[in-house]
Design a protein around this ligand. Sequence first.
Ligand code: SF4
Ligand code: SF4
Length: 423
Amino acid sequence: MLQMINAAFYALFILAMGYYFIINLQWYSYKLTRVLFHHTKIWWHFVYFLIPFALYMLVNNTSDYGFVVVIAYMGVLFQWYRGLDKPLVWTGRVKRFFAAMLLFAIFISVAFQDFTVIIPLFLAYFIGSDVLLEYITGNPLDHIGTLIKLLVFTLVFFFVFAWFREQVCIIVCPYGRLQGVLLDKQSIVVAYDHKRGENDNGRKKFRKNEDREEMGHGDCIDCNQCVVVCPTGIDIRNGTQLECVNCTACIDACDEIMDKVGFDPGLIRYASEDNITKGEEFKFNARIKAYSAVLTIMVAVLIALLFLRSDLEATILRLPGQNFTTTETSVSNVYTFKLINKTVKDLKNVEIKLVSHAGEIRIVGGTSFVPKGDLTEGTLFIDIDKKDLESSKEKLKIGIYADGELVETTSTSFTGPMKLSNN
Ligand code: SF4
Ligand code: SF4
């Protein structure tokens, strides 16, 4: 709750400061240098702009009471405004400035106040929580590349928020296209009840004391409110369209109108084509059952995979193009290995041991450490006594141990001579 109050006051604070800024600019013919260096009352900038700004930043960043500073500032600014002999003239330029300020204020309050949990969570997903904490607490210059990328990302979002808006839904987002492919006459969508809305003689503006039913007109009074509120600007009365993002704003707007003219709500509602034309009620049909079953299986598999996921992934493959080598008593194969640590802890004292056969594994350079969220790769040799081999190609089971504990098993093939000398 306090966070929402602070977000609203943050937006108000930006607008109030914008008011001070634009009125001064207007007095000085929109010349910033004149406002800054040739103002007749330079001290105003300190009292009505810089000090409140610094105070707000200090209080807002160290406590939840930034809104108190905004209330005080509004009081001070109001007194200042009452003493002015030249108020702000609302020219087109000033209106555009405030429109941009308003968008900016909403964007900043929503993106940086309400979403202060969501954005770091997203970031943590991509770059890892440890790195994110390091970024937050460290010097921004140490990760200037990431900072620039984030700024670009923020600018793109601001562009979408301020100008591109619903065009994202219409042009960029594939949902509408998918929806067009997946829908049929039983699909429940936001729909206009054309039978009720149009009747025999179509829609008509509302007039008191008219018997619309007798005149053959439907319940749609052609007020256009459903079109006005639609974020993608479509007329849902023309049927389901791929631009519809199912926001249901038209349902609310129409219900409000129906309420005002004394008709039943639900002229636009969640309904299927069959429900509207044939009056069929919702049925849990075979297709829905099949989709539900598939969805349940997918969720179950996902949960199972999450629980069965091992902390370490090991891949051991024979080095391509390399044949086995033999000595008097043993056979040796050479392999490449890759160990991926999926945890947030370093794996120390890592050993690779043969589980299915007696023999020895020699790691080139030796490895005993796999860093968290990272991988270690290298080359290793496996030596097995000829007497322990039964055929020229055998499957080996290999265990990966960390601090003496088995964390993963994997398998690979091992080749030897066709006829073993001591067989
Ligand atoms: S649900 Fe939203 S997007 Fe779809 S028609 Fe209604 S207002 Fe427009
Ligand atoms: S809001 Fe309802 S009554 Fe008004 S035009 Fe749309 S469908 Fe008709």
